[in-house]
Design a protein around this ligand. Structure first.
Ligand SMILES: Cc1cc2nc3c(=O)[nH]c(=O)nc-3n(C[C@H](O)[C@H](O)[C@H](O)COP(=O)(O)OP(=O)(O)OC[C@H]3O[C@@H](n4cnc5c(N)ncnc54)[C@H](O)[C@@H]3O)c2cc1C
Length: 295
């Protein structure tokens, strides 16, 4: 992660064919049209979709409003083209880093447009500087609009209490391991501890009648545990996986009649998203290194 934050590394990855081709594995394309086309193909193969317009940490009003407008366009397309899709958003894309009240207004506007398109909004969870504000804005907007969901990260020490705080609000809760580098006083740092925390929180979530659990992992052991817990669950639940990752597993789950939603990013601001995918699995970077250096 530290390496990818260096300017020259970013310029090499974003400015070269191999870098763009690496991003193409995880991102549908630069435009909404490309995102919609990929969503349609995924729907045809039995997948639900969550459209994610790439972008985060914006620091001016015009960019935040622009992101809201692009999402509204996406919601109009979801409705008019009868896509089985919702949207995933980041609150720092809507201005949370510099103006919380702007982020609330834009989030409420998206919840309203999503309701008109008969769909939902999922709030991604970003790094721990934003966790409390994200939970607070979700509470406020979900209690008035009722068509939202939120991602919670199993690795954060605070997540068990956030689960208790948010489950009574209904909606959907996306449980994921957590993708950001966090300090030990904020998050678990060993992979095994994170897996155990995920399993414990998953049991709680799958036991809830109010919430629609969205189990966001490609980890086979946790997928199997979910399937086992699903046997004694009455309500709906879904798996969520990232576009381009473990596609064979994605198809196997759909073929078994399970609901699988693909998180489908599109847009030109793909670099931070790509760096998180590289950090999760550094072997992804070898493809890029080999292409650039001809090895
Ligand atoms: C739908 C969805 C939404 C998410 N939303 C958020 C969010 O809002 N906030 C947040 O912090 N994190 C989010 N994440 C990321 C998540 O926190 C993890 O970083 C990521 O999913 C990897 O963890 P894993 O559960 O797949 O398990 P891992 O143990 O990391 O991976 C299990 C297996 O999956 C495959 N795999 C996993 N990642 C990759 C990769 N990048 N490239 C290739 N193969 C891979 C490998 O085969 C690996 O062995 C989301 C993940 C998903 C699936």
């Amino acid at each position: 992660m530290a390496l990818t934050e260096a300017g020259p590394v970013e310029r090499t990855i974003t400015g070269t064919g191999p870098g763009k081709s690496l991003a193409g594995r995880f991102v549908a394309g630069d435009t909404l049209d490309e995102g919609v086309a990929a969503a349609r193909r995924l729907n045809e193969h039995g997948f639900l979709v969550s459209l994610d317009l790439l972008g985060e940490e914006c620091h001016d009003r015009a960019t935040a409003i622009g992101a809201r407008d692009e999402y509204v366009e996406g919601l109009v397309r979801i409705h008019s083209e009868s896509l089985d899709a919702n949207i995933s958003i980041k609150l720092t894309q809507l201005g949370l880093a510099f103006d919380e009240s702007l982020a609330i207004d834009l989030l409420e506007s998206l919840a309203h447009h999503a309701a008109e398109a008969s769909t939902t909004v999922t709030i991604d969870m970003e790094d721990s500087r934003y966790t409390e504000a994200t939970v607070r804005l979700y509470e406020k907007t979900q209690s008035t609009h009722g068509n939202l969901g939120i991602a919670l990260q199993a690795y954060l020490h605070r997540t068990p209490s956030d689960l208790k705080r948010l489950m009574p609000l209904g909606g959907h809760i996306r449980l994921c391991k957590g993708a950001y580098v966090e300090a030990a006083d904020v998050a678990l740092t060993s992979g095994r501890d994170v897996d155990e925390a995920f399993a414990t929180q998953l049991r709680e979530l799958m036991g809830s009648e109010e919430v629609r659990p969205a189990v966001a992992t490609h980890d086979l052991a946790l997928v199997d545990l979910t399937r086992e817990l699903a046997r004694s669950r009455n309500g709906p639940f879904e798996f969520q996986m990232l576009y381009g990752i473990r596609t064979t597993l994605q198809h196997e789950l759909v073929d078994a009649g399970l609901a699988v939603r693909i998180y489908l990013p599109f847009g030109s601001k793909w670099y931070p998203y790509l760096t998180r995918r590289l950090a999760e699995r550094p072997s992804n970077a070898w493809f890029f290194v080999r292409s650039v250096f001809g090895g």
